[in-house]
Design a protein around this ligand. Structure first.
Ligand code: HAM
Length: 423
């Protein structure tokens, strides 16, 4: 075991192939968000605690049990963001972004929840986030779902992922459904798990999420939302599903999908996979028309989703690494030339590596471990003082196009030298 301070439980040090996969997920998200014309946004990693408490809901697990909350040196209650949505809405209000009309925003970065760590579940994890603020159109819900579907496909993990979709209806629907659920669970009070009993008073919808086997039959027989849907809510949901059909995005109805954050109205969804054990939700979100109002703003319809970067990264193939050339001084006297050459290549857009010390053989070993395509040896000048270069391939199957680029990026006087062209 190493000496020195330990990593905090539930945090991660991401390196090597894992870091490459993490970056590949973010790069795919950046590509897709541009394709869908979402603007980038950056918001603080911490906010006043009330930003999250008021919007996510005091009775949600996130607010009640999972927030990293502390008093700062000025005596203010601060919370590390457990998600992006509330902070983005706070920014929308405080910065007066209402003037922009409907805004499509995208962000990514770390989020913090004090959860029990396990595979795919961390205390500091990272989310991709996409939000459409100030639109009540079901087309916005559809666009976000199609975008999520495209992201999964671009990452090569569309297979085996199911879009589970539900509607939570409008406020009237939710109230009526909630009352019926409370009545149902009250009738089975004696058989409910302790956790579910506690939720009965605080947040009865969440009982539908119970993983306790004793609760399963009670949950299965609970009334579904469809009997309580107002005609308006049903019509809205029908437009969302019609949009998905038109776009060719498959989905299944999960009438018990309720989500862990209290702000959802109408559309609620999760893209789930069986490939990550218990932590199957990859991308999740929904409509949150009441959130901005709960922060003191005007009634503002909005919809969005977030994805766990780590969970997506676990499912993708390692991306091919970008090619790199190693520059190696053959003897100590060509060190300065090699340094000049590596700088020249980098300034001309070629990824190049040079070791700091050791003889040529050692430096080549390091370059090989790094996955360099080839080594460009800088040899002693010949008798007429001309610099000498020699190219040796390091990878079994070097990228020929890249090696051509390296050659054309060499300083003019070195470009035509024998031994610099790829074989
Ligand atoms: P959420 O369902 O709480 O929704 O989280 C979204 C995604 O973040 C999950 O589907 C999962 O992939 C990932 N995730 C959540 N908790 C963890 C964890 N402890 N470790 C690793 N990954 C995790 C939200 O956060 C909402 N803000 C989504 C949204 C945006 N709704 C509307 N707009």
């Amino acid at each position: 075991m190493s000496k020195g301070p330990h990593k905090i439980r539930g945090t991660q040090d991401i390196f090597g192939a894992e870091a490459d996969r993490f970056r590949a997920v973010v790069a795919a998200f950046e590509r897709v968000r541009r394709l869908y014309a979402f603007q980038p946004v950056e918001v603080p990693v911490f906010e006043a605690t009330e930003v999250f408490a008021r919007s996510i809901g005091e009775t949600s697990d996130v607010v009640a049990k999972e927030m990293y909350t502390f008093e700062d040196r000025g005596g203010d209650s601060i919370t590390l963001r457990p998600e992006f949505t509330a902070g983005i809405c706070r920014a929308w209000l405080s910065e007066g972004w209402r003037q922009h009309g409907t805004l499509k925003l995208a962000s990514h970065g770390p989020v913090f929840r004090y959860e029990r760590p396990q595979k795919g579940r961390y205390r500091q994890f990272h989310q991709l986030d996409a939000e459409i603020i100030a639109s009540d159109s079901p087309a916005a819900d559809v666009e976000l779902l199609v975008m999520a579907d495209q992201l999964l496909k671009e990452l090569g993990i569309g297979e085996g992922v199911t879009l589970e979709l539900n509607t939570l209806g409008d406020a009237a629907t939710r109230e009526a459904w909630r009352a019926a659920l409370v009545a149902h669970f009250e009738r089975h009070r004696g058989a409910l798990s302790e956790d579910s009993l506690a939720r009965l008073g605080r947040n009865p919808l969440r009982i539908l999420d119970s993983k306790d086997p004793n609760d399963r039959p009670i949950v299965q027989s609970a009334p579904g939302i469809d009997d309580f849907l107002s005609p308006e809510a049903a019509a809205f949901f029908a437009k969302v599903t019609a949009g998905l059909e038109a776009a060719g995005v498959g989905w299944t109805r999960n009438p018990r999908l309720v989500r862990g954050l209290d702000y959802y109205r109408h559309t609620a969804f999760e893209f789930v996979t069986g490939r990550l054990g218990a932590q199957g939700a990859l991308i999740a979100g929904g409509r949150y028309d009441g959130l901005i109002e709960s922060l003191g703003g005007p009634p503002t319809p909005a919809v969005g989703w977030a994805a766990g970067i780590e969970r997506l990264a676990m499912l993708i193939e390692a991306p091919p690494s970008a090619p790199i050339i190693a520059v190696v001084p053959d003897v100590a006297s060509t060190e300065a030339d090699a340094q000049m050459l590596v700088m020249h290549l980098r300034r001309n857009g070629v990824a190049a590596f040079i070791g700091y010390r050791g003889n040529a053989k050692k430096r080549v070993e390091v370059a090989r471990r790094l996955g360099a395509e080839a080594a460009l040896f800088v040899r002693e000048p010949n008798s007429t003082g001309e610099p000498q270069l020699h190219l040796t391939q390091l990878s079994p199957d070097p990228d020929k196009e890249f090696l051509k680029t390296v050659q054309s990026a060499l300083p003019k006087e070195w470009r035509k030298l024998p031994g610099t062209a790829p074989a």
